[in-house]
Design a protein around this ligand. Structure first.
Ligand code: BMA
Length: 327
C-alpha cells in the first residue's frame, strides 16, 4: 500500500477568508446563535440566506439575510421572517430548523423544506414562497422522526421528488419519495445507507445542501456523523445519482472531503460541526458557494468547483454496486 500523498488531500472546498460571515453579533434583535442557512440567488443577483436562528429560549425560527456579493453587507430582516406557528401547526411547538431552498421554475416559486420540531420529534415541513416575505405553508409532509430534506427542482417522470432522512429500525439513511402535488408522498425508497463500524459516515447520514444538477447526475453533498467519546463529528461526503432515476447512486466517495478544522468549526455551542444547507452557483456555471453552519454558532462560506467535485469523485469513489431495487 502506498502512503497517501498530500496531493490526495488537497482541499476541495476553500474557506472564505472573511469567515465566519455571519454570527449572532450581526443580528438586529437579541438571539443566541445563527447557523444552518438555506441559500439561493434571487433573480436580481442578490444572495439570500434563510438562516436558522436560535433564540434565547433555545427555540429556532428562520430569518432572511440578503447581500449583493454573498459575503458581506448583509441586510438582515429586522424580525423573524418565518416563525413557528404552533397554534395552526402544532408540529412546530419547539421551533423550525435547517431550511433547504429549491427554486422550481415550473411553479415560479421557491420550495422551502425545513425541520419542524414537534413533541414527537423532528419532522419535515414544506412551504412555498415567491419573495421570502410571505409563505404558503403546506405543513408536515413527513412525520417524525425525519429531517435533512430537499425537493428536486423539476419533476422526474411526472412526479416531484424529495430527499429526506427518516429514522427507521434500519438506521439513519437517506431516502427518496415522490409526489404528484408536493402534499401526498409515496413510493419511498432507500437511496444511500450510512456505513457501519469505524467509517466516518457510520450509522447516521443526511442530505446537506439540495442536490446539484450536473450533466453527469445529481451531485449530493451529505453529512456523516461519527460518534466519539468526546461527542459527534460532522463531516461531508459526496455521492452522484442518476439524473432521470435519482434513486440510483452511481458513485460514492470513500473519504470525507470537508470536516471541522477552523476554530469557528471546532468550538461553539456544539463542537466539531460543519453543516451546509445551501449553495449558490456563479454565472460561470461552475463556481459553487457553499454556506454552512459552523459549530451551531455561526454561518461560514466555502467555495469549490462543480467540475473539481466530479473529478474528485472519479478519483475517490467506487461504483456503487448495490442497486436501490435490492434494498
Ligand atoms: C443535527 C441537526 C443540526 C445540527 C447538528 C449538530 O442533528 O439538528 O441542526 O447542526 O445536529 O448539532
Amino acid at each position: 500500500m502506498s502512503l497517501a500523498t498530500t496531493a490526495s488531500y488537497a482541499p476541495l472546498l476553500l474557506r472564505h477568508p472573511a469567515n465566519p460571515i455571519l454570527t449572532g453579533k450581526d443580528w438586529p434583535y437579541p438571539i443566541n446563535s445563527v447557523f444552518n442557512a438555506g441559500a439561493t440567488r434571487l433573480a436580481d443577483g442578490t444572495t439570500l440566506l434563510l438562516c436558522r436562528v436560535e433564540d434565547r429560549r433555545g427555540l429556532s425560527h428562520l430569518c432572511a439575510a440578503r447581500s449583493q456579493n454573498g459575503v458581506d453587507g448583509w441586510q438582515i430582516d429586522p424580525e423573524p421572517t418565518l416563525r413557528p406557528e404552533p397554534k395552526d401547526h402544532p408540529e412546530e411547538i419547539w421551533g423550525i430548523e435547517d431550511p433547504r431552498i429549491t427554486f422550481v421554475p415550473e411553479l415560479e416559486q421557491y420550495v422551502v423544506t425545513y425541520t419542524s420540531y414537534s413533541r414527537g420529534g423532528p419532522g419535515v415541513s414544506l412551504a412555498l414562497t415567491k419573495d421570502f416575505r410571505t409563505f404558503e405553508r403546506y405543513g408536515v409532509i413527513m412525520p417524525p422522526d425525519d429531517k435533512d430534506s430537499a425537493v428536486l427542482p423539476r419533476k422526474i417522470d411526472g412526479y416531484w421528488a424529495l430527499i429526506h432522512r427518516p429514522m427507521t429500525p434500519l438506521g439513519a439513511h437517506m431516502w427518496i419519495s415522490y409526489s404528484p402535488d408536493l402534499r401526498h408522498w409515496g413510493r419511498h425508497r432507500l437511496i444511500l445507507e450510512a456505513r457501519r463500524g469505524a467509517w466516518w459516515d457510520a450509522n447516521k447520514i443526511g442530505l446537506s445542501t439540495p442536490p446539484i444538477e450536473t450533466p453527469r447526475g445529481w451531485l449530493m453533498l451529505y453529512h456523516g456523523v461519527r460518534q466519539t467519546p468526546s461527542g459527534c463529528l460532522y463531516r461531508l461526503g459526496l455521492a452522484l445519482f442518476d439524473l432521470e432515476n435519482p434513486q440510483k447512486c452511481s458513485l460514492r466517495g470513500d473519504s470525507w472531503m470537508f470536516g471541522p478544522e477552523a476554530d469557528y468549526e471546532r468550538h461553539g455551542d456544539v463542537n466539531d460541526v460543519v453543516f451546509p444547507c445551501g449553495y449558490t452557483i456563479d454565472p460561470d456555471g461552475d463556481t459553487i458557494n457553499i454556506y454552512y453552519g459552523a459549530a451551531d454558532s455561526a454561518i461560514a462560506l466555502a467555495r469549490s468547483s462543480i467540475r473539481a467535485m466530479l473529478d474528485w469523485l472519479d478519483a475517490n469513489a467506487k461504483i456503487e454496486r448495490r442497486r436501490s431495487e435490492d434494498l
